[in-house]
Design a protein around this ligand. Structure first.
Ligand SMILES: Cc1cc2nc3c(=O)[nH]c(=O)nc-3n(C[C@H](O)[C@H](O)[C@H](O)COP(=O)(O)OP(=O)(O)OC[C@H]3O[C@@H](n4cnc5c(N)ncnc54)[C@H](O)[C@@H]3O)c2cc1C
Length: 578
């Protein structure tokens, strides 16, 4: 990890505000193109919407309904790139679309959509779609509702189970390219100067304030984009908002008898919205999502009782044998899609999922990102940096008096995106499958552990081994887990920008996905963090309490009783720490 204060001595080309997947991707693109970049987040990498998605890396068959061919083609191209550049984090994933008599979308339209899906992704590495007869479908999915079932389509997209780590790996590359990343550092104000933008920053953990200058700024704060713009000093801020955030929730269900063998993309009977039922590698089933317009801080969203009931009802309509109820809900989560602002008359499901880079009308060098998907983060990063480079070149050529031809030359060079072909740090091997086999064979007794290390870290799993070789104490298994090594905690806080217990638990080691949201493991992880970072007893207690508050927003099963008690006392929603 770079020296946290390194960036203070530097003349920065770019500050990226927000280390969600899109900000992290823009910072990686910029750093790899040689711009001196600082990536900051007021909380942590992927602590916002990027940890609250369905985690599909997909073209989005339903966007075809809205004629968004460009978006689907780009998404399919990005899906294929990610399968190669991040094979440990992004894996092929099969999905079924069943045709029911109740569907508002006719089977013929779905078939045509799937043909287009294949045509728009030439040379892809995943299989083409396949039509299933009713009989074939019932045999392959014995628990599926048969009434009204007419057949279906089986197709492939991809899945990023640990989407948070996809963002963490972008940040690792920012540092590897000589730029800086800082978590828990908020941008509170932006002032335009004659040659640079001045940013007021505050460290959320120490309270220390600082001012830095940068030639350009990307506001990648997702659903907080308009809040950041409200901090631009000395300019009229009466512009229309850029973001119209739409809440979406998911349930994590305990595996049930005859859980489907693949994901299912189902049309809800209640409102014809798409519902995804997504079996996970750990045996749980993710079900989502909803679309609800809800005012308030995007950091304090919780999945409501109504959303839970809606998602359970639709799951039971699709899979009656599952008979899921609230007792099956291990936890839930909610996030805000940072969609482009639309008047209230437009239904959330009709708002485009496409992205754009919006220059500030009165502050040259300040650009905001709107829209976007997990899938298209790299493409949005590339687009943002193209705009930044354009802006910087225009400034530079004005100063130096370059000709239009010289400027065009600079632009051509700038347009070569290094991220199209550069694997993420965990994907840097010529043959991922061979590496994974060798890694697992080396330690057959620990095959389970090897599997976990590989899917979290890719080839960086070797870093865990290296740390253990250097200090055998780090081989100790974290109390309360089967296979998490103490070395992983050390790597999280010394190499991966984690500064709090919640950062480590939720977005590095991915330990919060259980029925108790990792609360039983948290004390052991806190002690390990304390030993490395020098936390005293007081700090450990503060971290544990902050983690508990954060996890309460997930409404984990183990806290259901205390949830009910709180409701009885009439207290409000717990906020996520953000
Ligand atoms: C329910 C749901 C399902 C989805 N499913 C999918 C899917 O299956 N596939 C897909 O491709 N996409 C999906 N998406 C979309 C995708 O998750 C989002 O588009 C994407 O994660 C947005 O990332 P972001 O980086 O723009 O925003 P965020 O992840 O929200 O990041 C913004 C960051 O900015 C930080 N920040 C805010 N203010 C400041 C400040 N003042 N200073 C510093 N930092 C600040 C925040 O802390 C946050 O970390 C889904 C979204 C939702 C809500």
């Amino acid at each position: 990890m770079d020296d946290p204060e390194n960036f203070l001595d530097r003349q920065l080309d770019l500050v990226v505000i927000g280390a969600g997947i899109n900000g992290a991707a823009a910072a990686r693109e910029a750093a790899l193109r040689g711009l001196r970049t600082l990536l900051i987040d007021k909380v942590d990498i992927a602590s916002g919407t990027s940890s609250a998605s369905s985690r599909l890396i997909h073209g989005g068959p339903r966007y075809l309904e809205h004629g968004e061919i460009r978006l689907v083609r780009e998404s399919l191209r990005e899906r294929e790139l990610l399968l190669h550049t991040a094979p440990h984090l992004v894996r092929p994933y099969a999905l079924l679309i069943p045709f029911y008599a109740h569907n508002r979308r006719p089977a013929i339209a779905l078939r045509a959509g799937m043909l287009a899906y294949d045509v728009l992704s030439p040379g892809k590495s995943t299989p083409r779609h396949r039509t299933l007869s009713r009989e074939e479908l019932v045999t392959a999915y014995p628990s599926i509702e048969r009434r009204g079932l007419q057949g279906g389509i089986l197709y492939f997209d991809a899945y990023a189970c640990f989407a948070e780590r996809l963002a963490v790996e972008q940040a690792l590359d920012v540092c590897a390219a000589g730029s800086s990343v800082r978590t828990h550092l908020a941008a509170d104000g932006i002032t335009a100067g004659s040659t640079a933008l001045e940013l007021e920053l505050t460290d959320g953990l120490t309270g220390s304030a600082m001012t830095i200058q940068s030639r350009a700024v990307v506001n990648a704060s997702g659903p907080w984009v308009d809040d950041v713009l409200a901090g631009v000093c000395g300019v009229d801020d009466s512009d229309r908002p850029l973001i119209g955030a739409v809440k979406g929730s998911h349930l994590v269900l305990a595996g049930f008898p005859e859980s489907p063998a693949t994901g299912i993309h189902y049309e809800a009977q209640a409102d014809a919205r798409p519902i995804l039922v997504l079996p996970q590698a750990d045996g749980t089933v993710l079900v989502g999502s909803t679309e609800v317009v809800e005012a308030g801080d995007p950091g304090t969203l919780r999945c409501s009782d109504e959303e839970i009931d809606y998602l359970l009802t639709e799951t039971n309509r699709l899979l009656p044998a599952a008979s899921v109820n609230r007792g099956h809900v291990l936890q839930s989560y909610a996030g805000a899609r940072p969609l482009p602002y639309q008047p209230a008359t437009v239904r959330p499901q009709d708002v485009s999922r496409d992205h754009s880079v919006v220059p500030h009308p009165r502050v040259p060098g300040l650009f905001s990102l709107t829209g976007g998907k997990l899938t298209t983060h790299r493409a949005l990063g590339e687009l943002a940096v193209d705009r930044i480079v354009d802006h910087l070149d225009t400034q530079r050529s004005r100063r130096r008096g370059l000709t239009a031809r010289e400027r065009a030359g600079l632009r051509r060079r700038a347009a070569c995106s290094p991220t199209r072909a550069t694997p993420l740090p965990g994907g840097r091997t010529a043959d991922w499958a061979a590496f994974a086999t060798r890694f697992a064979q080396r330690d057959p007794l620990n095959a389970g552990k090897g599997g976990r290390l590989l899917s979290l870290y890719g080839v960086r799993a070797l870093r865990v081994d290296a740390r253990i070789s250097a200090d055998p104490k780090l081989a100790a298994v974290v109390v309360g887990t089967d296979d998490v090594a103490a070395a992983e905690v050390e790597i999280a806080v010394t190499e991966e920008f984690a500064r709090t217990l919640t950062d480590v638990m939720a977005r590095r080691l991915m330990l919060s996905r259980t029925a108790d949201a990792g609360l039983s493991v948290a004390p052991a992880v806190a002690d390990l963090c304390a030993a490395i970072l020098g936390w005293d007893r007081q700090r450990i207690a503060t971290e544990l309490s902050a983690y508990r508050s954060w996890s309460e927003a997930l409404r984990p099963q183990s806290l259901a009783t205390s949830d009910a008690e709180r409701a009885a006392r009439g207290s409000g929603a717990e906020s996520r720490r953000s």
